[in-house]
Design a protein around this ligand. Structure first.
Ligand code: RB5
Length: 153
């Protein structure tokens, strides 16, 4: 699986912990930075990962900032992106089962590396349930398409 990963300075430490875990899972990793702890702006890195997922250049994305909130806001601007902020295992599992989330967002200042590793493993291993949840995702897609075509009515 091709996975794009990105972070800001507040998520850098966690990104460095997660990349070896992904390598161990035979994932193809597209590391979109940032590459250190010097202060950067999370939208720049959220955009890189979200564009890859939105265009099909990556199947999944992982984004990390301090809380995960800013990265979630950025990612969900992109067509077809379903980014979910998961700082716990239950949410990580449900975001796949019910929401078919294609970008996992975590807060590097909220959770530690061991929990983050479990969240990533759960999120990657859980399949979308489909059925009634697909109908709901289709409605999200329709909202996105209508807004693009007609703007706010
Ligand atoms: C950076 O200080 C912080 O604001 C950022 O990492 C993130 O938490 C924003 O939502």
């Amino acid at each position: 699986m091709k996975i794009a990963i990105g972070c800001d300075h507040a998520g850098f430490g966690l990104k460095e912990e997660i990349i070896p875990l992904l390598r161990g899972m035979q994932a193809e990793i597209l590391d979109c930075g940032t590459d250190g702890v010097q202060s950067v702006d999370y939208p720049d890195f959220g955009q890189k990962v979200s564009q890859l997922v939105s265009s099909g250049g990556a199947e999944r994305g992982i984004l990390i900032c301090g809380t995960g909130i800013g990265m979630s806001m950025v990612a969900n601007k992109f067509p077809g992106v379903r980014a979910s902020l998961c700082n716990d295992l239950f949410t990580a599992r449900m975001s796949r089962l019910h929401n078919d989330a294609n970008i996992l967002v975590m807060g590097g200042r909220v959770i530690g590396k061991d929990l983050a590793a479990e969240i990533v493993k759960t999120w990657l291993a859980t399949a979308f349930e489909g059925a009634r949840h697909l109908r709901r995702l289709d409605k999200i897609k329709k909202i996105e398409e209508d807004l693009n075509t007609h703007g706010m009515q």
